[in-house]
Write a protein of this length. Structure first.
Length: 317
């Protein structure tokens, strides 16, 4: 219509208005470091941490002679476990022209992205060491006909009993009962670390106790999904999956069931996790680029394979 000015005649000078609230980064539960021994290799003490495990003596059930005859005695023996420190790191550069022109706080967002990358890297490194355990058990009590079968509470109980027979110590204390409708106490427990895709099988088990049913919600830990008898299950989308690894070419979840002191994470010095910032005047003669980065000096280590099992189960979803 004549005299009517539309968008085609006069476009807005700025078509977008940037929302000042940045969308949050997807941040998964980082569960694999939580139950490790946290140890430090002091600076100037080499690049290798050594753990020593003394071997047990057999019981001495024969009575002494009574006439003073000497007893042969035992000789001490031990096994050493070594872990050599490794260095990891990454960085990102931001041009002066970017952080001056963009409306959002680019350097703040870059630091968040790099910080999350460092923590996910650490979690993945520990997860892959746990995957290397020689103690592996395939689920066999499911009904899907695959090898391994889907997870069942009977398979979970089998790993629990095996750990107890291996004299592994339970990691978490129990949650005492209370007079609260719909709640139940929790036993002393080993810990299990798995992928979130295992939740389907856990929730379908009549023996599964959701963490929402614990009598004391203050004792529910980050990433905890619930408990089955004496094992408390923790899940994360960063849990271990072997793709197409079952006999039916379905994915397999590797659920790490651990006792206390079964694995460790060793850092070098108290400043082994570093976040680094280099201002523009350190970049070049014209001070054009800011750089941010991180460096991590550590090594995860499997200490007692007989106290850490990978329970393998085929996944339905």
């Amino acid at each position: 219509m004549a005299g009517n000015t539309g968008p085609g005649d006069l476009a807005p000078a700025v078509k977008q208005d940037l929302a000042m609230k940045m969308l949050s980064l997807p941040t998964p539960n980082l569960i694999h470091r939580d139950f490790a021994i946290k140890d430090v290799l002091e600076i100037k003490n080499g690049d290798t941490k050594r753990y020593r495990l003394y071997n047990k003596f057999a019981t001495a059930t024969a009575p002494l002679s009574g006439n003073g005859s000497p007893v042969s005695g035992k000789t001490l023996s031990a096994a050493d476990i070594d872990a050599k420190i490794d260095y990891y790191g990454d960085w990102a550069g931001v041009s002066e022209q970017v952080y001056r022109a963009n409306q959002e706080k680019v350097l703040n967002e870059a630091s968040l992205v790099l910080g999350l990358q460092m923590r996910e890297t650490e979690d993945e490194l520990i997860r892959d060491v746990l995957l290397s355990t020689p103690s592996q058990i395939n689920c066999t009590n499911g009904v899907n006909g695959l090898n391994p079968s889907e997870w069942t509470s009977a398979d979970s109980l089998g790993v629990q009993v095996t750990l107890m027979n291996n004299v592994a110590s339970m990691y978490l204390g129990g949650v005492e009962g209370a007079d609260i409708i719909g709640s139940t106490p929790v036993r002393n427990s080993f810990v299990a670390m798995s992928h979130t895709r295992l939740c389907f099988d856990l929730d379908n088990s009549p023996d599964f106790q959701s963490s929402t049913e614990y009598t004391n919600q203050m004792k529910v830990l980050p990433g905890e999904w619930g408990a089955v008898r004496n094992i408390r299950y923790f899940v994360s989308p960063l849990g271990s999956i072997s793709v197409n690894a079952s006999s039916g070419n379905t994915d397999v979840a590797n659920t790490f069931v651990a006792g206390k002191e079964s694995y460790a994470c060793i850092k070098q010095g108290m400043d082994s996790n570093q976040f680094l910032f280099n201002p523009a005047y350190l970049s070049d003669q014209l001070h054009q680029t800011v750089s941010l980065g991180w460096k991590m000096i550590q090594v995860p280590l499997l200490l007692r394979p007989e106290w850490l099992f990978s329970l393998r189960s085929s996944l339905q979803v």
